[in-house]
Design a protein around this ligand. Sequence first.
Ligand code: CP
Length: 306
Amino acid sequence: MHSLTTRHLLGIKDLSTSDIELILETAKEFKEVINRPIKKVPSLRDITIANVFFENSTRTRLSFELAEKRLSADVINFSSASSSVKKGETLLDTVNNILSMKVDMVVMRHSSPGAPHFLAKNIKANVINAGDGTHEHPTQALLDAFSMQEKLGDLTGKKIAIIGDVLHSRVALSNIFCLQKLGAEVRVCGPATLIPKYFPELGIKVMYDVREALAWCDVANVLRIQLERQQLKYFPSLREYTLYFGINKKMLDELNKEIVLMHPGPINRGVELSSDAADSHHSIVLNQVENGVAVRMAVLYLLAQN
Ligand code: CP
């Protein structure tokens, strides 16, 4: 099969395993393209894409913009902080006004879970979820899986630990759906207060000892403590969090095995990861960012066919 079963990318939950495999295979080809001296292809010439960001972003926004430009699309960027949303304009009015300028695809980040699903029901353009609140971040999961495959090959039976603030993380849920569909075994690790109560129903084992989680896994995907989403106190202090769940290079070196360290960014250096761990030979954090462009090119290219 050479096309996706969907016209939108709203979450990994809705993708079939063959959809995921097609995106990852296509991304391999685009990674070759962006490493050539001439990095641009004409695939999306005459397609116009709006990047509509209602929440802050560095990696995702820049990566989508670069992916779109590498595919020769026309690109417009919208940031709610400097827009008429500040004057009270609704989400649908905002997007319909952008679409009236003949936009074909919308890449949207929003703090409300389900906002891209709402948009997909109400507009004709293809919609790509660039992160909706604490729900899903599908392109992050795809670039994470791509980066893991580059290091480990086939992910069937590979052991992946997702460590940290799982409760507030859209990366965790998308990673779990993606990795399970690719045959990996996924566990989560963190303080009990930062693990959703329904996780055992997803077939996910919860670990509370970070050293045990590191000893178990092939890949540690470490999550940021998202203080901006925490209305309650989930742990006594950042210092105490770091004492019990922070990861440093010595802990990784002492494992006496190969371990791949990942983080979606932005990193709270000195909290969930020490600088010496984040910058160590175990870490593939910057490879993840590089792969994000190729994976997003694949997503945009494939959705534009539907
Ligand atoms: N990983 C990620 O989504 O980073 P940004 O918030 O900077 O886009």
